[in-house]
Ligand binder design. Structure first.
Ligand code: G4P
Length: 527
């Protein structure tokens, strides 16, 4: 198959959600449709059950399981679908943010009873930064849910994106009748059938004024549906695919993942409207997926927690050309030529060594500690992909050496863990002390454990009160110098020596922004 055909038939995406909204369940149903798995329950939830939050070994064990499901590829009607899994636990949100740098679109799952939740908002912000096309799936319609119009308004307002329902629910909870698929012009009647893989309970219904509708869903629900659809057509513009592809409009579906309801419709629409691999941006130029030469970047590194197998897997997204096994590629950062004898991919339930991979595909590379997040591979061109930033961490602690004999081990361990993207390191300008910033409490435990077990080093945490770390820059060098002098005790540098302001409180940050107008405060490392 020609490269262009391989590209056009690929869809690489992630399912994202606030914990408990139904991400794992929906992913599993999508895999069932693709024949990638054959029984429900085959995808282990990588969600950490409440109550087990301090047991990070359990979390790592579960994350271990999730390596196998990190990327799930399957074919559905000649379309090659790559689903990138994201961690279920909020403390690993940064992993999720990074995974979003490797997808071409996302499906956001929202719990119909709860609406938009905190994590949904954060994830949407990352999507917005990259203009990632999003489809919204409102889940759990078999439970009493908010009014669909209220939900649509809430999504539009909170997620700051125009919405367009492509399906509409008929009631919810005990009286949930089903959904009318506006996109396909048919009616799916609700049955709670986990095994439903075909459109068994879907009836074509292009004319909803037909009295037959009354027979299917009772006259009162039929009347309600007709009124609702009239309102939908009245207030929402026709579905505009280009606006969706530009990340400006989100089509919305309703269903119940656990009952496998509304999932087929979602998938059918997804393969038709979702983008195939999009061009990628580098510091010097834009890369088209159809370029003959291979390019790709590493967006995730997964360490093996088993002390007997310290190797890591680096996940590379192919951006252009054809990736080949045993071919030499330039590792741009080190300038070295590297080849991979056993690159892996996950197809259906199996992890296997692959000979070729195409744009949109994710390849697992064996890594002994050489790679960093953001590393680029090419056929010789010195490129650096952009759009793989670090995000402003939310929790901070001083890291101290607890074993003076193991200073070197600690430095090496911290260095490697930071390259892996576990957390971020800052050095205080005031006292030279090292500060670790994370997005979740658990990372501190993970770091301490891994330093001890993988590097033989011991660390101790000490509290520091910081509200946020932001990268600062300015064209006004005088003001920048003045700011750094005045805020000396709150200044630090990141791993690359860039200036970082550690604001004590949101008030201090707002005040700094107010008083130093020429300084730009950034909440991601790429600006
Ligand atoms: P997550 O990955 O987004 O964290 O959510 P997950 O799929 O694990 O789903 C969270 C809970 O919501 C699960 O219940 C799951 O069964 C349930 N769920 C998912 N989709 C639906 C739906 O359409 N309707 C209803 N009523 N429930 C749904 P749990 O009790 O936490 O786990 P389990 O014991 O059922 O596995």
């Amino acid at each position: 198959m020609a490269l262009i055909d391989e590209i056009t038939r690929r869809r690489t995406f992630a399912v994202i959600a606030h914990p408990d909204a139904g991400k794992t369940t929906l992913t599993e149903k999508l895999l069932l449709f693709g024949g990638a798995i054959h029984v429900a329950g085959a995808v282990k939830s990588n969600k950490i059950k409440k109550g087990a939050t301090s047991d990070f070994m359990e979390i790592e064990r579960q994350r271990g399981i999730s390596v196998a499901t990190s990327v799930m590829g399957f074919n559905y009607k000649d379309v090659k679908i790559n689903i990138l899994d994201t961690p279920g636990h909020e403390d690993f949100a940064e992993d999720t943010y990074r995974t979003l740098t490797a997808v071409d679109s996302v499906i956001i799952v929202i719990d119909g009873a709860k609406g938009v939740e905190a994590q949904t908002l954060k994830l949407m912000n990352v999507c917005r930064m990259r203009s990632t096309p999003v489809i919204v799936f409102v889940n759990k319609m078999d439970r009493p849910c908010k009014d669909p119009f209220d939900l649509l308004d809430e999504i539009e307002k909170e997620l700051q994106i125009r919405v367009r329902p492509l399906a509409f629910p008929i009631s919810s909870g005990d009286t949930f009748k089903g959904v009318y698929n506006i996109y396909e012009k048919n009616l799916s009647l609700f049955t709670s059938d986990e095994r439903q893989t075909a459109d068994a309970s879907t009836v074509d219904f292009s004319d909803i004024s037909s009295p037959e509708l009354d027979d299917y869903i009772t006259p009162s629900y039929a009347k309600q549906l007709r009124e609702d659809l009239e309102i939908v057509e009245g207030i929402y513009d026709d579905f505009d695919r280009q606006a969706y592809l530009d990340g400006k409009l989100a089509p919305v579906f309703f269903g119940s993942a656990v009952n496998n309801f509304g999932v087929r419709e979602l998938l059918e629409c997804f393969i038709r409207i979702a983008p195939s691999p999009r061009p990628s941006t580098t510091e010097s130029r834009q890369i088209e997926p159809s370029e003959a030469k291979m390019t790709g970047f590493i967006f995730k590194i997964h360490a093996n927690m088993d002390p007997n197998h310290r190797d890591r897997i680096a996940f590379m997204k192919i951006c252009s050309g054809t990736f080949e096994r045993n071919k030499n590629y330039l590792h741009v950062r080190s300038g070295k030529q590297l080849k991979f004898s056993s690159p892996t991919a996950f197809m259906a339930e199996k992890k296997s060594v692959i000979d070729f991979a195409y744009p949109g595909d994710i390849v697992g590379l064996h890594d002994t500690g050489t790679f960093k997040i953001g590393d680029t591979f090419t056929e010789g061109e010195k490129l650096k992909f952009t759009g793989i930033p670090s995000f402003s961490p939310e929790l901070f602690r001083y890291i101290e050496n607890a074993d003076p004999m193991k200073f070197k081990q600690l430095a090496k361990g911290v260095d490697q863990l930071m390259d892996e993207g576990v957390a971020q390191l800052f050095t205080s300008s005031l006292n030279g002390r090292k500060i670790i910033g994370t997005v979740g409490q658990l990372q501190f435990e993970v770091i301490q454990y891994r330093l001890e077990h993988e590097y033989g080093a011991k660390c101790r945490w000490e509290p520091i009160s910081i509200y946020k770390a932001c990268w600062i820059e300015s064209d006004n060098q005088e003001q920048l110098a003045d700011f750094k002098r005045r805020k000396h005790s709150n200044m630090a540098v990141d791993k690359h020596g860039r200036d970082v302001f550690l604001a004590d409180t949101s008030y201090a940050l707002a005040l700094a922004q107010e008083n130093f107008k020429d300084i730009r405060f950034h909440f991601t490392s790429e600006f």
